[in-house]
Design a protein around this ligand. Structure first.
Ligand code: NI
Length: 255
């Protein structure tokens, strides 16, 4: 049994067959899914999905892309959503200097604000970071501290950044992009992450595994990632499933 710690089943990509996808996940050995809100609307729909499905949990987040347009009203309903029992994390939140869809100033302001809400409730964090390594870690250090209960999602970065994240106690999660033909650098990094710090995620509908490259990803494909990790670590699939499932349960408090 595996846990998909990050996907977006609320996206319109799943509009035509969402319940088929959920059924395939269940039948394919996915024991829990965290559906991650990446906008106010996404958070609302994540909570809805979590309420409708026992094995789905929600993370409440507002993506840095939305930082320029977020309103006080959004922040109020975001805060309210944190009281829902199925909300197990704050995310995805962070900084994205790759696409820069909102100004850096507003991205940082929003990140700080959402971190404050997480801290008050001691909720784990799901961090989105693209090309913003230094600012992301600086803000985390200033606003949360040098020990972080959370995960650096869809890890992208070098060994130095990886070490800094691990020194702060973070979990590291890789997506099915670890199976890409050209991902040898990422695979080398993944090898260095201790199993006790590793989480698995699809980030579906994005980043389908190599065998389905370019197609829509879905939680049932998480096993391709687990198989890749097993191969890299020289472990059995069972062992990878057991450890990463324990990690996810521990971080997000799933039962
Ligand atoms: Ni995501």
């Amino acid at each position: 049994m595996l846990i998909d710690t990050h996907c977006h089943l609320d996206f319109k990509d799943f509009g035509p067959d969402r319940y088929e996808v959920i059924r395939r996940a269940k039948e394919g050995g996915i024991s829990a899914i965290i559906n991650v809100g990446s906008s106010m609307e996404g958070t609302r729909r994540s909570v809805e999905l979590a309420e409708q499905n026992d094995f789905i949990y929600a993370a409440a987040g507002i993506h840095p892309h939305d930082a320029d347009s977020v309103t006080e009203e959004d922040l109020t309903s975001f805060t309210k959503s944190l009281d829902n029992k199925k909300v197990v994390a704050v995310g995805e939140i962070g900084l994205d200097y790759y696409r820069n869809l909102s100004s850096k100033e507003n991205q940082k302001k929003l990140f700080v604000r959402l971190l404050k809400e997480a801290k008050e409730r001691d909720l784990p964090l799901i961090i989105h970071n693209r090309d913003a390594h230094k600012d992301t870690l600086d803000i985390l250090k200033t606003d949360i501290g040098s020990s972080i209960k959370g995960v650096m999602h869809c890890f992208s970065g070098d060994g130095v950044f990886l070490k800094k994240c691990m020194d702060m106690g973070m979990f590291i999660s890789f997506t099915c992009n670890l199976t890409f033909k050209n991902a040898s650098r990422l695979r080398e990094l993944a090898k260095t992450v201790p199993m006790e710090r590793l989480l698995l995620e699809t980030d579906a509908p994005f980043l389908a595994p190599q065998v389905f490259r370019g197609k829509r990803n879905e939680p049932a494909y998480l096993r391709y990632l687990a198989e890749e990790v097993a191969r890299l670590k020289g472990l059995g699939l069972d062992e990878v499933a057991r450890i990463t499932t324990d990690n996810a349960k521990g971080l997000f408090g799933l039962c």
